[in-house]
Design a protein around this ligand. Structure first.
Ligand code: SF4
Length: 280
């Protein structure tokens, strides 16, 4: 089956908490790889309209599929596999943003590209961001930062804000929590700091993993040392993604975990504030 046969007449509007699998499973893998490498197509789990949580103002959010991390707390494991996304031609994605551009500007918002891990579809981003930026729409990339070195300085010039998901600072903890090293993430953070590129940091308080003041302290000191962090989002772990792990038949280590207490989250927020950071 060809990708063209799967391209939807309308964009896949929805929420990242919709469960989506196997949208492009029947497409030849060579075709998928060629589409990904050219950036002619993006694999998109869904577009959310009217989000007030994913960047400044009101956002249109494109949730891309594909992720190389395996976070034990992931809320959207159906985004890990690229072929679970709907193939959307680049021109169609630009057109969708164009339809919303006036209202996005009026509501001081813009486009956020999130995932999954969007930088796995770097060629698509490298063409979508400048096209959107040229329309005068604010652009945000939410990323785990691991493949930040794929972004050239020119690419960064078309991305107004990076929302960097820092999972853990202590290297062993990061590896156990995500399956990946955090050295490339820190290198990307330092590169952004040198360029004074605006960053928001997203930190998930994961019970039994990152809900302690040692790790929160390390995270706060790291974030404060960068000097370009405009805001830190402290996000309590929740169970809205549990059904996805179950439906995918995957073992979910966090199955019986409770969200962190309000008191714990407040203590962590205070720790960030005491390091001089703006935190919500
Ligand atoms: S980086 Fe995000 S999408 Fe990827 S596994 Fe972690 S939480 Fe899930």
């Amino acid at each position: 089956m060809k990708l063209e046969a799967l391209a939807p007449a309308a964009p896949p509007i929805g929420s990242p908490f919709d469960f989506r699998v196997s949208n492009a499973d029947k497409v030849d893998e060579l075709d998928i790889n060629a589409a990904r490498e050219s950036g002619d197509w993006g694999f998109i789990h869904s577009f959310t309209t009217g989000s007030a949580l994913d960047g400044p103002g009101v956002r249109l959010v494109a949730w891309l599929t594909g992720c190389q991390f395996r976070c034990v707390f992931c809320h959207n494991p159906d985004t890990w596999k690229l072929a679970n996304g709907t193939p959307v031609p680049l021109e169609r994605a630009i057109e969708v943003v164009g339809q919303y551009r006036h209202s996005l500007r009026m509501m001081k918002g813009g486009l956020t590209i999130s995932g999954g891990e969007p930088l796995l579809q770097y060629p698509f981003l490298a063409r979508l961001f400048p096209a959107v930026h040229d329309m005068g729409v604010h652009t945000t990339l939410e990323t785990n930062g691991y493949f930040g070195d794929r972004l050239t300085d020119d690419d960064l010039a078309s991305i107004d804000l990076i929302m960097l998901g820092l999972k853990a600072i202590e290297p062993g903890l990061h590896k156990r929590l995500t399956g990946m090293d955090n050295k490339p993430v820190h290198e990307f953070a330092h590169r952004l700091a040198e360029r004074k590129h605006p960053i928001w940091i997203r930190f998930v308080v994961v019970p039994g993993w990152t809900d302690n003041m040692d790790e929160a302290g390390r995270m706060a000191e790291f974030a404060a040392s960068l000097g370009n962090v405009q805001r830190v989002d402290v996000l309590p772990f929740h169970q809205m993604g549990r059904f996805k792990w179950e439906k995918l038949g995957m073992e979910y280590q966090m199955r019986d975990s409770q969200p962190p207490s309000r008191e714990t989250v407040e203590q962590i927020i205070s720790r960030f504030r005491s390091a001089g950071l703006d935190t919500v």
